[in-house]
Each structure stands twice: as C-alpha cells, then as structure tokens.
Design a protein around this ligand. Structure first.
Ligand code: GTP
Length: 469
C-alpha cells in the first residue's frame, strides 16, 4: 500500500493497551542526580573545545591514556595545542580543519549533578547548529578570549560574542557563565578581567540576563587553571583568591524545574538504524512528561505511531525516563522514513503537538542588511527543524521597555526593533510547534536570511495547522 504523504495523514485514533508504571511515583522514590544540558558558545577560536576537553579530562570523564594519545596525534600533525579540543572535535574533517562543525555532545558527572555539554561551533556558517544546541540547553557557558584585541574582535559588530549571547537568551536560556579564557596570555591581569566583565555585564543586562544570572570566571582552558582545579598562579591568586572555578559555578546553578507529569514531548535530535536489531533508534530530549517501555508514541509531523521498546539514559538501559532526560529510544512498528531530526514524539493520552502552517511570533530583530517588509522570505529554525517561510503580515512594532504596541501595521521593520509578525510556511510544509505559553522549549524560533540571523523570538499563536486546512 502506498504510504500517505504528510498532508494526507489523519490524526491517529489507535486504541492501544498502554503499560501502567506510575513513573511520577517511581521517579519520586529514586535518588537520581539532576541532569542539566548546557551549551558552549563564543567567538571562533575563543577556546571552547579546549576548555571543555580540559573539563572532561580533569573531572575524570576521559582517561589520561586517551588524552595522551590525542596529544601524540596532535603533535604529529604539528597541532599540539589542539589536543584537548580533540576530546570534543571528533570527526576527521574537524581535526584536519581544526574547527568544530556539528554540535558535539559529551556527558560527565560531578558528585552533585550530571551534565551534557553541547559544544556549539563558533563559525558564522554554523549558527544553525548552534541554534539547535542552544534550544536544548538549560544554561550557557560563553567563552571569551581575553588575549589582547581578541575580546574586542569577538565583541564588535562582526564578531559572534554578542550574536551568540543574544541567540541563547532569545532561545530561553536564562543563566549564563562567562569563562574569561586564555587569561594566561595576559599574565592573569586583573584589569583585563575587570574591563571584559564590565563591558559584558552591561551587554548581558541589556539583552535580558538578570545580573544575578550571569557569573564570570577568570580561567585558562589550555593550562587548566580554574576549570576543575583551582589555579595556583600567584598573579591570579593575588586578586581572585579562592573564588569559584568553572565547575563550582556549574554545580551552583539553580536547576530548571521540568514538568514530568505533563504531555509527553520528545524533541528528536537524531535518527538511525542499528545494525544489530530491527529497531529504529532516535536520540532526543524529553521536554515534558515521561515515557516508559511498551508505550505507544506518535511522531509529529508524519503522524505515524511507534512502540517504545528500549529506553537508554546516559548509556544505561531504563524502564522509563522523565522530562529533562536525554534519551535514546529504540522504536518498533515504524519505518525510518517517517522520522527525522526536528520531529517531536508525543504520547497518546493528550493531543499531540500541532503541525503549524502559520503562526504569529513576537521577535527581536537583529542586524538587518535590508528592512523586513510584508512578503520577505526567511528560514525559520525551531530546535533542529528548519523550514522556508514568508513573513506574511507585519502586525505591530512594540515598545521594547513596556512591550506595548507603539505602531500597528508598520510598512517595514528595521534593526533592533521588537515586533509581532505573522509567518507562513512555504509550499506544503509544516512543522511541530507550540505557543511559548504551552512550551518554553517548543515555542521559540529563530529566523535567518541569506546566512544571517535576522530575528529570534517566541511563538504567540499557532494559526493554521495542517489538519484544519
Ligand atoms: N594561551 C591559551 N591558548 C588557548 C587556551 N585555550 C585555547 N587556546 C588555543 O586557542 C586555539 C583555539 O582553541 P579551540 O579550543 O579550538 O577554540 P574553539 O573556540 O573551540 O574554536 P572553534 O570551534 O573553531 O570556534 C588553539 O590553538 C588552542 O590551543 C588558553 O586557555 N590559553
């Protein structure tokens, strides 16, 4: 039988026997460590990969032998200083080019918390990957190169420091740790740390990070000072004393409350078939609700159902998992073609996430080359899904301070404005979307045009959805 296209798929009305573990109760009785995801952002070459590689090594998530092998391989290629970055930059292409391409995920635990690092690339072309990483993050580590002129070139108009900070804030990240890195290059000078902190703090406050939600750590990823191990450098100790290390700051975060009783939503980050079984594997993050093995889920937008056969959380096989967990689910009764990164898996006990064709969003406009007018084209990103769209209505310009309408139906929108716009997906496309009120994870979007990020914001209304058309 010919498979139905997405447009033809009806909503599922399958009557299935669902398993009945009381996951919420069981979760309450376990003593699992809280789990958080964080994204690592910053200008190209700020030292993101080196810093995170160092963190993983010093915390013991990677053994000495592995890092010695990386050092040896890196030395052979004449790139000795890249050894720590190689812990994260795994693909051959990344190693040869010395840059990070995809979002690398790495897992480690401290005595109090377990973490997943999303290491986002700093190059301009790779912003979509960064968006994907940031949309799964609970908080961000912004890495800054404090070497002479390096902070300034990352902070200016063409640098990525501001764009990344603005993006992560727009994607809902409320807490940021600024790693003032490579301070070994300026002999741990207090004035350098202070001037970077002052400028960054002012900028972060202006884009909506509360002062109490931003912290600053003077460090060197390469030398390993103030990452896990407290620095012993005299010049630094003289003014920083036993101030917190990066790991101290990571552990001190107030954890994000997750709705483990709500409707099941799993944002799919990757899909693959394993050679050893007939299951289709998906990796992703549970945004809300919980899932247990034996349960039937529905894939949006293909609206195909599948049975959850296996659940892996941090390499352990589990009977269930809850919101906040990064999972690998082994699915049966579904073909690989009905799943892709960016999809959302939902439960059958409540309505699935909608398949949006149009929506209105409240956005902040970034640096625009040309004003936005009715009919402007763009690409919208939500997590890992992206769609070609048209901006069909300019509804209002908002006053940035009060959020009130300062002008209705403007003829065009310019850089820096805050506005409400209506957006329509091009062609016959649709994508899983919720309003921000319904889901902080699935209700945030980023708009790009010709490789530049032009706007980011929150979804206010989901208009036409596929089944209503
Ligand atoms: N002096 C000094 N050099 C560093 C430090 N951290 C990184 N570096 C060097 O800076 C260069 C870039 O480091 P990476 O870790 O690859 O930077 P990145 O931000 O991950 O780079 P992209 O992923 O390409 O954006 C390498 O030569 C590192 O050895 C540091 O703390 N001190």
């Amino acid at each position: 039988m010919k498979a139905l296209s997405i447009e033809e798929q009806p909503l599922p009305t399958v009557a299935v026997k669902q398993p009945k573990v009381d996951v919420v109760k069981e979760y309450g009785q376990t003593k699992r460590k809280p789990h958080v995801n964080f994204v690592v952002v910053g200008h190209v070459d700020a030292g993101k990969s080196t810093l995170m590689g160092r963190l993983m090594v010093d915390i013991g998530a990677i053994d000495e032998r592995t890092i010695n092998k990386y050092k040896h391989d890196a030395d052979k290629l004449g790139k000795g200083s890249f050894a720590f970055a190689w812990v994260l930059d795994q693909s051959e292409e990344e190693r040869e080019r010395g840059v990070t391409i995809d979002v690398a995920t790495n897992y480690f635990e401290s005595p109090k918390v377990s973490f997943t690092i999303l290491d986002a690339p700093g190059h301009k072309d790779f912003v979509p990957n960064m968006i994907a990483g940031a949309s799964e993050a609970d908080f961000a580590v912004l890495v800054i190169d404090s070497s002479p002129n390096a902070f300034e070139s990352g902070f200016n108009q063409n640098g990525q420091t501001k764009e990344h900070a603005l993006l992560v804030r727009s994607l809902g990240v409320q807490r940021i740790i600024v790693a003032v890195n490579k301070l070994d290059n300026v002999r741990w000078a207090e004035y350098r740390f202070a001037e970077i902190k002052e400028q960054m703090q002012a900028f972060l406050t202006s884009i909506g990070f509360a002062e109490s939600q931003a912290s600053f750590v003077p460090c060197s990823g390469l030398a390993g000072d103030n990452i896990v191990r407290r620095s012993t450098e005299e010049e630094l100790l003289a003014w920083y004393g036993d101030g917190p290390t990066l790991l101290d700051e990571l552990e001190n975060l107030r954890l994000v409350e997750r709705d483990i009783k709500g409707s099941l939503r799993v944002s799919v980050t990757d899909v693959f078939k394993s050679s050893s079984s007939s299951l289709v594997n998906v990796t992703g993050r549970i945004n809300s609700g919980n899932v247990q093995s034996g349960e039937t889920v529905v894939v949006v937008p293909s609206m195909q159902t599948a049975t959850v056969k296996t659940i892996m959380v941090s390499n352990d096989l589990r009977d269930w998992a809850v919101a906040g967990d990064n999972v690998q689910l082994g699915l049966s009764s579904i073909d690989l073609v009905h799943l892709r990164a960016g999809d959302v898996l939902c439960g059958l006990t409540s309505a699935p996430v909608r398949r949006a064709r149009t929506f209105t969003a409240r956005v902040i406009l970034f640096q625009l080359r040309v004003p936005i007018i009715k009919g402007s084209n763009a690409i919208v990103y939500r997590g890992r899904s992206s769609q070609a769209v048209k901006i069909t209505k300019l509804i209002a310009v908002l006053d940035k301070a009060s959020g009130k309408v300062s002008k209705s139906k403007p003829r065009h929108l310019v850089s820096g404005q805050s506005a409400v716009v209506e957006i329509e997906v091009e062609g016959k496309g649709c994508f899983p979307l919720e309003t921000f009120r319904e889901s902080k994870d699935l209700g945030r979007v980023v708009l790009r045009q010709d490789g530049n990020t032009i706007a980011a914001g929150i979804v206010e209304e989901v208009g036409a959805v596929l089944n209503e058309l």
